[in-house]
Design a protein around this ligand. Structure first.
Ligand SMILES: [Zn+2]
Length: 399
């Protein structure tokens, strides 16, 4: 329990007790006023004592981890939606000043232990499951050497008393074991969250929205999409069929999956779809679409990402480009279709609003009779889903 909550509960309990037992309860009004400060004074003293006591007692328990968490929150609030976290938690920050009667000396900055013959030290690869401080010694008082961002790979030497000893640059450092785990083996959970957006919906929405954060240019919230020249499928139906297969494939490979929609009867704008992926802290956002052309002979797959000069999220360009390239390579290999190219454009609302690496997969042309007929079959849809998943695997393997 959080010390403040405890104190608050205690205060309430105490108030009840005092009220129930106070001899002044039935007394005259003036008399009550005169004496009612006594229990309050006692409570204040008790509260002050508790505050000191709690601060000390919790120093080696959950609240230590909270310090790591609160640092994490400041670095990357989008990735940390933990319900446990109280942003206005004042205890951790004030703790060092309150804990001791002798607040005199902060612990001296410590140097890490040097590793001798580091090439002979057996290490296992681990992965940070959250942003975590890398410290020079296994103590919350030790210096923070640097912060390992979520998904950082580290070399573990051993583990003891809740601290994992790691090897970096010929020296030993320590991270809280709660924030790392062994690198997953094939078939195990990867820990990556993939957001999948099946493009379009049963009815387009011609209301407009800004094409990016702060943009004056606006586009329809959701276009109605293309449709199959021979299959008769609407694009929104095909994209959902493939997206559901992609979901199953990714989950089987150990990914967490967030589906923006799982039915056709929704009304979610392109910006809103990106926001859902952003809020979830997705590690990649896959937008599944099918293409259309006035030329029925045009066929093949392409993927789409932002340009390196995108005014809204250019910092995600290189990741999105790599994701787009890998997905395109693997999709076309798995499906055996024509490979077009990665189209870089800043005209896509659902890309511009993204704060996560993103690709639009135009898996084929519904205006091409052969490709349309292929895409309408479950067999071909599995190939596409497998190819996209292969591309996602490749993207994270090389990360
Ligand atoms: Zn589309």
């Amino acid at each position: 329990m959080h010390p403040l909550i405890f104190i608050k509960s205690y205060y309430i309990i105490c108030s009840d007790i005092f009220h129930a037992t106070t001899p002044f309860g039935k007394g005259k009004r003036m008399k009550r006023r005169k004496h009612k400060n006594l229990p309050r004074l006692l409570m204040l003293i008790l509260t002050a004592l508790l505050l000191c006591g709690c601060g000390k007692a919790d120093k080696t328990t959950d609240n230590d981890i909270g310090i790591e968490n609160s640092e994490t929150m400041q670095k990357d609030p989008a990735k940390n939606n933990s319900a446990d976290y109280t942003p206005d938690d004042p205890i951790d920050d004030t703790q060092p000043a309150q804990t001791g009667p002798e607040p005199s000396e902060e612990p001296d900055p410590t140097q890490p232990e040097t590793a001798e013959n580091p090439e002979n030290i057996a290490v296992t690869e681990i992965i940070a499951t959250n942003s975590v401080n890398i410290r020079t010694a296994p103590s919350m008082d030790a210096d923070v050497y640097q912060v390992a961002e979520r998904r950082t790979f580290l070399n573990k030497v051993n583990e003891s008393d809740g601290w994992t000893k790691i090897l970096i640059d010929n020296a030993y450092y320590y991270v809280k074991s709660d924030y790392v785990k062994d690198k997953p083996l094939p078939g195990e959970s990867t820990g990556y969250l993939i957001a999948i957006d099946a493009g379009h919906q049963s009815r387009g929405n011609s209301e407009t929205e800004p094409i990016g954060p702060g943009a004056s240019e606006r586009k329809a919230k959701v276009a109605s999409g293309t449709s199959g020249s021979v299959s008769g499928l609407a694009e929104y139906e095909l994209t959902l069929q493939v997206s559901l297969k992609l979901r199953d494939e990714l989950e089987a490979r150990g990914y967490e999956v967030l589906m923006i929609r799982e039915s056709n009867d929704v009304n979610i704008s392109n910006a809103e779809r990106a926001e859902v992926a952003n809020q979830a802290g997705a590690d990649a956002f896959i937008r599944v679409h099918a293409n259309g052309s006035e030329n029925s002979g045009t066929n093949g797959a392409m993927t789409i990402c932002q340009t390196s000069g995108n005014p809204y999220n250019a910092s995600l360009y290189s990741q999105s480009k790599r994701l787009s390239s890998l997905v395109l390579d693997h999709l076309t290999a798995a499906a055996g279709c024509n490979k077009q190219y990665v189209w870089e454009t800043d005209t896509m609302t659902g890309i511009n609003w993204c704060q996560t690496p993103v690709t639009i997969v135009e898996m084929g042309y519904m205006t091409n009779p052969t490709e349309d007929a292929n895409m309408a079959t479950a067999e071909y849809q599995y190939k596409i889903a497998t190819g996209i998943a292969d591309g996602i695997d490749a993207y994270f393997e090389a990360e």
